[in-house]
Write a protein that binds this ligand. Sequence first.
Ligand code: GLY
Length: 365
Amino acid sequence: MRVRILGAGIVGLSVADELIRRGHDVTVVDPAPGSGASYAAAGMLSPAGEAWYGEESLTRLCLASLALWPGFAARLGVPVHTRGTLLAGVDAGDVQQVERQLAVLDLAGVSHERLGRRDLLAREPGLGRVAGGAFLAEDHSVDPRAVVSALLDRVGDRVGLDTDSFVPHESGSTSGSVGRAAGAARRRRVETNTVADVTVIATGARLPDPYSSLIRPVRGDVVRVRTQEPVERTVRAWAHGEQIYVVPRIDSDEVVIGATTEERDGPLLPTVEGVWRLLDSARRVVSALDRAAVVEVTSRDRPGTADNLPLVGPTHEPGVVLAAGAYRNGVLLAPLIAQLVADHVETGSVEPAVDPRRFRMKEDG
Ligand code: GLY
């Protein structure tokens, strides 16, 4: 099949890689490959840490994709950080949040180990004022920038910097690390005409019409720091009601602190309040972060959907397929979305939970 993929973020590139592996003729277009949400992402492969009430289907998909990651990462030659994840709460209310999360995991049949303050500190001596938590042995992480770079190496000259299907984000800012303009699909009908049998739309938080209304951008600010005292493993914490994560890189002094979750879009610039809240919470949870050097602050939009489930599969337009709406789990879900899209292209199969046709699109009437 001749397949044209709009969007060279981690999802679009993973779809491209899978289709090329299966022998299809693939082109990818994006004016700024890897500069959208993939560029901000911390890279948690964290089905248990992200599990919540009412999201059983999402947890099932996340667990299925986690199982694909060892093979996917080996193929790309990127390491997976496999030291698990700590959940931690700072005050009594925060520990209640941890308990709620563990109850969700019990319902989903996902194992965990409840830990008191002393046990938490034994696992991670750099923790600060934590009162209790848990260990999630199967929640890991990768460096999404390394993944995108490896995918770009593999997909190579099939990526075109087509500016016709895309325009820069409304940001207007191009200075420093904050200003890498994210590619965003123009809100107009996607060209499905020409050389492709199938067009796959993987343009992140902005889809072209008639699909634009299926996605809402959910802003996340993320801070990257360098420290001589990094945590050993990902720490996901509640700190006086604020939810944060601290994600170390393998063999590196980089630590990612994330993320705000804001129901807004607009210019891609972090806010003072967002960054202050992140850093204030992070330094309560990991005291050594006080001595870390801030090296980057990044703001990007997550592609949110109305039910928090992705949009993967056919639309009402023949030959137009979505690989979109991965919301908080784009990195984790990338290999599963790639498989689902490739299976659909080859056999017409559809995973019902993520079928885009569960929603009415603008022109459905
Ligand atoms: N996956 C974490 C986030 O979206 O912030």
